[in-house]
Design a binder for this molecule. Structure first.
Ligand SMILES: [Zn+2]
Length: 105
């Protein structure tokens, strides 16, 4: 969790990079609301991973998509795409070719 929360972000005011600071060291902008959104998105992705482990693909996809709406990250998008792909496979088991590679939709 700590590594996720301390992910490098950029100040929305001056674009300075920050890491876990409540106030931008360059322009003094309050970064609290931004950090709360990042935490909310982290919690949603955590829930998505748990739902994925439990096999609840629909719930996992919903949580992963919501996380991306709250705070978009490359890792979050990878998780969402993975769950989406698994969902498509789960609902259409016959789209796999004999070599095991899924056919393009
Ligand atoms: Zn700033």
């Amino acid at each position: 969790m700590k590594g996720q929360l301390l992910a490098v972000n950029h100040c929305p005011v001056c674009q300075a990079r920050f890491r876990g600071a409540q106030v931008c060291s360059r322009c003094g902008a309050d970064l609290g609301p931004l950090m709360r959104l990042a935490v909310k998105a982290w919690q949603l992705r955590h829930g998505a991973r748990q739902a994925l482990e439990a096999g609840a693909l629909e719930r996992a996809l919903g949580l992963a998509s919501e996380a991306q709406q709250v705070h978009r990250t490359p890792g979050g998008e990878a998780l969402r795409v993975l769950i989406e792909w698994l969902s498509v496979r789960a609902t259409a088991p016959n789209v796999t070719q004999p070599n095991g590679i899924p056919r393009a939709p």
